[in-house]
Design a protein around this ligand. Sequence first.
Ligand code: BGP
Length: 475
Amino acid sequence: MIWLPKDFLLGGATAAYQAEGATQEGGKGKVAWDDFLEKQGRFTGEPASDFYHRYPLDLELSEKFGVDAIRVSIAWSRIFPNGDDEKANQEGIDFYHRLFEECRRRKVEPYVTLHHFDTPNKLHKNNDFLNQHTIDSFVRYAEFCFEEYPEVNKWITFNEIWPVSSGQYLLGKFPPGITYDFSKTFQSQHNMMVAHAKAIKSFKDKKYPGEIGIVHSLETKYPYEDKKENEHAAFLMDVLSNKFVLDATYKGYYTEEVMNAVYEILEANNGSVNITQEDLEDLEAAKDLNDFLGINYYQSNFIKAYNGPNEISHNGTGEKGTSVFRLKGVGEQMFDMNIPRNDWDWLIYPDGLRDQMIRVAKDYPNYKKIYVTENGMGYKDNFDDGYIDDTPRIDYIRKHLIACVEAIEAGVNVEGYFLWSLMDVFSWSNGYNKRYGLFYVDFETQKRFPKKSAYWWKELNEGRDLTSNETKEFE
Ligand code: BGP
């Protein structure tokens, strides 16, 4: 038998822009995504899951189906419409008080993120986190929220530094849509880490109640086949997307090994990064203040050495086999492996989650505790008159929870798991056909329908038994 520990938290995750909709309501300011998506013309952040109006329903479902906690994010531009306004927007402030009150009523603990991909448009247009003014404005906004919402016990500064920076400046799938700019990618990662460090320092100095942490997306990088050059490529990819931000979080500086890799990548791509003494002092002062680390984990990658031109083709449609990811002087991601993958070419590899957690605990012994803050399976659910059989998703979740149990057995302090996503939400680069939720959302009527996984989840939370293998494997 495989048992999930009794006090292991089982939560569901959402994010403001992906769930709330109501992008023009309640005095909300614009974010860069509004125009970016409009211009792309495929889908927009409307209506999303209309969480702005329907949060009581989603919290009622959470209570009913054994969801102990919910990740939500505050939309910065609901509080400060331009990001740096002198006066905060009362309607936005009140909305989150109502939301947290409803969480309390339903006994669902909110884990609240301050930045989930949605810098207010005015700051974004002025170079987003490449600009010192955005760092200062973020810290001011964070302090405002700490002061305003004492009812919140769990704070997260940033959701996923690397995907933001790479989405904006490497892949170009996030606004402003810039590609292959390694300087901006490293600089914005570093600057967001400085903003994080300043925010948690202030949180601790002013002795606000509760805990605070950060969420990183950590995909484990394995060498493709047992070759020396592939091992090095996997290491470079690991630094680029994992170790650079982990060092900043827990060491308070970048180790020589990491900086050598950073310079190697930058040299191959004619880039540079500016890390000042003052920045390093900020990182150093914050390195032991993280109460927890959130790990978002969806996939692992197998990396082959690569020195050709940069080439990324992002699969944003669910047409299996269309992904390409090759970075000059870094490596190439291999997709056609003997490992199951979803329609978006994400390799389903639960061992990678276990290995990643063990690595964090080993390399960063001051980590305190880990939550898996996102994990889940993008799937084209079949509605079938309201009977939604998402057996492959159940299998996916079960296997990743087993990976958590294995990490715990190996001595890692893992205290909870948040499924991405609580209900179906809008996906940044895929729109509305990539579903993740326990609850199916009919985006036209905004009705919710519990999927098979929701019933399984409820039973799991009550019984804590992960052994059941009645679920079928992925093809
Ligand atoms: C994470 C983000 C989430 C969510 C998830 C799934 O990187 O934190 O916001 O979008 O990925 O990604 P996608 O919607 O691209 O499938």
